[in-house]
Design a protein around this ligand. Structure first.
Ligand SMILES: [Ca+2]
Length: 264
């Protein structure tokens, strides 16, 4: 299926070249959201344990709770060919990354020390092919975007989780050590974009998109599933969310010869 996604991308890009309409190259960055529902559920369970230990009177020290991983940063680079003055087809590569970490220690009875250190790193790369239609032009160009994507994701863990002495037993314990888990799945993206043309060949803009990506199981190279909170139930990755991106676009007219820019 990976080959299929690349194939569709190649056909769209080279098909567009033959059509020789203007080519628009866009790069952008902005805050990205991803539900990461089961992973954030596990973070919640780990935080309950930390809250409990942080409020245990026989322990000194403490470990701050982990932040949820719902918000991260997104970057994109894409190109589209204008097959009509208001319809463009093309593809883009986009990335998403969210991290969460904490560290601290507990001391019981002035002697025994237990160390807690958790680093979580979620990253994803999406290959999206689709189209853009300009629906209004009032100095600003308002457009609709729709695309289908294939998303590779990775999740890294680096965990030290020593249980302090004298605390009640806990039912689940995050697995210690370093881990690297991967997943891939299909998704759909749709949204609105707004472009402000500075010149015929240059525009700045922003887009607001909703991305739906099928839940995918995360597994390491040995085929073991991620069980972040250690409760025996694996966590899948869910990249569904809202992405806001601020963009810069260059438009190049391929029919006017090399280096020459489009004139009205
Ligand atoms: Ca679990």
């Amino acid at each position: 299926m990976k080959g299929l996604a690349w194939g569709v991308l190649a056909v769209l890009l080279f098909g567009g070249t033959l059509a020789a309409g203007p080519l628009e190259v866009t790069v952008g960055a902005g805050p990205g959201g991803a539900s990461l529902g089961e992973i954030n559920g596990s973070i919640g369970l780990i935080n309950v344990i930390l809250q409990d230990w942080n409020s245990t009177p026989t322990l000194t020290g403490g470990v701050p709770e982990l932040d949820s991983m719902q918000v991260g940063m997104s970057y994109l680079a894409g190109e589209e060919f204008w097959v009509t003055p208001s319809l463009a087809l093309g593809g883009k590569i986009e990335t998403f990354r969210a991290v969460s970490s904490t560290a601290g220690s507990y001391t019981a009875g002035g002697e025994t020390s237990s160390q807690v250190e958790i680093g979580l790193d979620c990253h994803a790369v999406g290959l999206v092919v689709g189209g853009h239609v300009d629906v209004a032009d009032f100095g600003l160009r308002l457009g609709l975007d729709l695309g289908v994507g294939y998303y590779y994701s990775g999740f890294k863990t680096d965990i030290t989780f020593e249980i302090p002495s004298g605390v009640p037993p806990i039912s689940a314990r995050p697995e210690e050590g370093k881990g690297q888990y991967n997943a891939s799945s299909f998704g759909i993206e749709g949204g609105l974009s707004l472009f402000f043309p500075i010149a015929e060949w240059f525009a700045i803009g922003s887009s607001l998109a909703y991305r739906w990506v099928a839940d995918a199981p995360l597994a390491n190279a040995q085929g073991e599933a991620l069980d972040l909170d250690g409760n025996g139930t694996p966590e899948s990755i869910d990249l569904t969310g809202i992405v806001v991106v601020f963009t810069v676009s260059l438009r190049i007219d391929l029919s006017r010869g090399e280096g020459e820019r489009r004139t009205p």
